[in-house]
Design a protein around this ligand. Structure first.
Ligand code: NI
Length: 169
């Protein structure tokens, strides 16, 4: 297994639209293992393949306290949403240090393939529902800061660029 570099906003590659995974083969299984290692190392609760510059519809999630409930969603599709939405504070491994409120459905039902390629449907609520919607946005090339006002977004872009310059020098 290996740690993968995580793309940082406003990297234009974060806006690529992911294509469906064609087969859950050895390459995808290695990618899943590497993405979990990368996510746990970065203390995140979710990671989309887009964030490690692989533009295929694959996300890994673990919202458990104990970090022992890994969830793999391949080619996820939302098949049902709750009527209610609420604003929750979100963060993102691609936008380090930034947290802000985004409105999401309270609950969603998602059909996907698991890490073995088996079809399954999961119902998510609470933090898991927020996380699933956030990660699925990544697969569409959307980062959560795009829900914020243009002014906030510009401030975040400036801050991220400064941070990235400081890291390079
Ligand atoms: Ni994210």
């Amino acid at each position: 297994m290996s740690l993968l570099p995580i793309l940082c906003y406003p990297d234009p590659r974060l806006h690529k639209v992911a294509k469906p995974v064609q087969a859950v083969d050895a390459r995808i299984k290695t990618l899943i293992a590497d993405m979990f290692e990368t996510m746990y190392d970065a203390k995140g609760i979710g990671l989309a393949a887009t964030q490690v510059d692989v533009h295929e519809r694959l996300i890994v999630i673990d919202t458990s306290e104990q970090r022992d409930q890994p969830l793999v969603l391949i080619n996820p599709e939302i098949v049902w949403t709750s009527a209610d939405k609420h604003v929750n504070e979100e963060g993102c491994l691609s936008v380090p240090g930034i947290y802000d409120g985004v409105e999401r459905f309270d609950a969603v039902r998602v059909s996907a393939l698991d890490g073995d390629g088996a079809a399954r449907t999961i119902e998510a609520q609470g933090m898991l529902a927020v996380c699933v919607q956030h990660e699925m946005d990544h697969l569409l090339g959307k980062v959560f800061v795009e829900y914020l006002s243009p002014l906030k977004r510009d401030r975040i872009k400036t801050k991220m660029r400064k941070l990235q310059r400081a890291e390079r020098s």
